[in-house]
Design a protein around this ligand. Structure first.
Ligand SMILES: *Cc1c(COP(=O)(O)O)cnc(C)c1O
Length: 564
């Protein structure tokens, strides 16, 4: 038996995801969804779960971000070399797209941690010689081009992935659909379950849906409805042609448009949102479906700064495999916590100097905000009243570091980047603020450990979960956040962090609350009450990662969804 045969033989579960953050150099990711998928894979490795991951190879990556002199985001491809990280597999299959067969092959990447174990990741690729030039580009650009391109990518992922399993000999009993992008995998399973015509369901469904539901698990990740893929049926008919009758698809994916979230809901026997509140919001959007909650978590071994990892190693030898042991971090020595933080902060300050030439002060708090630049995340809320911000800064000095990419077609997101740069120029000499271009995993690691305060100001209830604040908490960086997503479950005012605003507040009230908290509570505490600050760091480290970790999350998926 070759090592690959052994992997095939033991695999029982498949996790399909459009993007996954395996390593900073493997550009198959854009943001939070992929980091979650990557942390999921890393926890599968730690827990020995028999899961294979399936994604697109995305040779040109997502987006290489640069900012020009006017503060505009300049986009480019962000290519990477699959051959440096993965091995090509021999098997190939076809998926009919636009009326012609498209060949799909896979690269095998093995996610390893030094233990000798590995989690397999299949990177699907249509850039193979037998394909027409146009079809070779299908797996090039993550979230690229137009909706026809997106639909083809989803077909390669879902349909191609299931067919390749067969060709490679995998016997998968359980399929996990990470977001609606993977919904076509369930259609491919359904195609094989046609009922005898005498057994048509009452609604006219010609397939054994229950059989597919028993094998599929669907995790929905956003309550922003415009982010749910919805394709016109004419497009679906043209691209996917004979895959399944369109009238049958309408029964499952909606009468008007082919809604991939609804399709996944219809074909999955276990459905969950990614935080308690998100499950409730998702249920309101799609009434009639039972939507459970499994709150997201982070892989602590990946996201702890080296200085904190060393501290945890000394006191909690098994903390990566059993993050619960961090619950005793409140007993750690104040000086040890502070010096681990100072080391992480120095690394960030060094990076800021290298990247921008600006010198940040070690003794002044750094407010960090890094997330996808898009409207609902409101990365500019901090700048809504510059006179007030300047007055606060005169009383209590602080510095700000920002980062984040906007999707090339997100006009509002790109405008936010431009406006933030105009604000930075306007505040030059008054408040030290930098925007670091090219937010990625490596930069996230520096930011979530090197800041003092991690700011999060989305428009509730649109942040399904959020995970960067969990990474910050693990490193003793205190969260200052609107009550939304995961933070509603972790927030203890003045202990694990602070809330911006109260439930039901208007956007304008959020800004006032943010300034009030900074001025009266957060910044004075940093400057005048070091012991109180370190107490909160310890509360944060002991209460948050002990629960909001991907080990706990995967134990729940395994016991409640996979083994159901
Ligand atoms: C953790 C992470 C995210 C997710 O952050 P949110 O809090 O969900 O916005 C996005 N991008 C990168 C690079 C990350 O590391």
């Amino acid at each position: 038996m070759t090592p690959f045969d052994a992997i095939v033989a033991r695999t029982r579960i498949a996790y399909f995801t459009m993007e996954i953050a395996l390593h900073p150099e493997i550009h198959t990711y854009s943001g939070g969804l992929s980091v979650l998928a990557g942390d999921t894979a890393r926890s599968c490795l730690d827990l020995g779960l028999p899961v294979v991951f399936v994604t697109l190879v995305s040779r040109f990556g997502y987006l290489r971000q640069e900012i020009d002199a006017a503060g505009l985001q300049v986009h480019g491809h962000d290519p990477w070399d699959p051959a440096a990280w993965a091995a090509p597999l021999g098997a190939k299959i076809t998926v009919d797209l636009d009326g012609r067969p498209v060949w799909v092959r896979a690269w095998l990447h093995l996610l390893k941690d030094g233990s000798g174990e590995a989690v397999p990741v299949l990177l699907l690729d249509t850039d193979v010689e037998d394909n027409a030039a146009e079809d070779r580009t299908i797996t090039h650009c993550l979230y690229g081009r137009d909706e026809g391109y997106r639909l083809k990518q989803e077909a390669v992922l879902g349909i191609g992935g299931v067919r390749l399993f067969r060709a490679l000999g995998f016997e998968v009993g359980t399929y996990h659909l990470n977001e609606g992008h993977a919904a076509l995998l369930a259609v491919e399973l359904l195609r094989r379950e046609r009922l005898p015509s005498t057994d048509l369901a009452a609604n006219g469904c010609a397939y054994d849906v229950a059989h597919v539901k028993a094998r599929c698990i669907f995790t929905t990740h956003t309550p922003v409805v415009s982010a749910h893929d919805q394709f016109p049926y004419e497009l679906v008919a043209r691209v996917l042609g004979g895959l399944i009758e369109i009238d049958q698809l309408r029964l499952l994916a909606g009468a008007e448009r082919c809604n991939m979230t609804q399709l996944a809901l219809s074909l999955s026997g276990y459905v969950n949102g990614v935080a308690e509140q998100h499950a409730r919001t998702a249920h309101r959007l799609y009434p009639g479906y039972r939507i459970r909650a499994i709150t997201n978590g982070i892989h602590v071994g990946t996201w702890a700064a080296p200085s904190f990892a060393a501290l945890f190693d000394r006191h909690f030898p098994n903390w990566v495999h059993e993050p619960e042991s961090l619950m005793r971090a409140d007993l750690l020595d104040d000086a040890a916590i502070w010096s681990a933080h100072v080391e992480a902060k120095r690394r960030l300050i060094d990076h800021v100097r290298t990247a921008t030439g600006l010198g940040f002060a070690l003794d002044q708090p750094i407010i960090g905000l890094a997330r996808r630049m898009t409207g609902y995340k409101r990365p500019d809320l901090l700048f809504s009243d510059l006179a007030r911000l300047k007055a606060i800064r005169r009383r209590h000095p602080f510095q700000v570091v920002l980062a984040g990419k906007a999707h090339p077609r997100d006009e509002q997101g790109k405008r936010l980047i431009e406006e933030i740069h105009a604000t930075i120029r306007a505040l030059q000499g008054t408040i030290p603020i930098v925007f670091l271009p090219g937010y990625d995993m490596a930069m996230a690691k520096l930011l979530v450990a090197g800041a003092d305060v991690w700011l999060n100001t989305p428009m509730p209830p649109l942040e399904a979960s959020g995970t960067s604040g969990m990474k910050a908490a693990l490193n003793g960086v205190l969260n200052l956040s609107v009550l939304d997503g995961w933070w509603m479950e972790a927030w203890i005012e003045g202990r694990t962090g602070w809330a911006v605003g109260a439930a039901g507040d208007s956007p304008a009230e959020h800004a006032v609350s943010l300034y009030d908290k900074l001025d009266a509570v957060v910044l004075p505490k940093f400057h005048a009450d070091r012991a109180g600050w370190v107490f909160m760091m310890k509360e944060s480290i002991s209460k948050i990662p002990a629960y909001f970790n991907s080990q706990r999350m995967m134990r729940r998926y395994a016991t409640e969804a996979y083994l159901r």
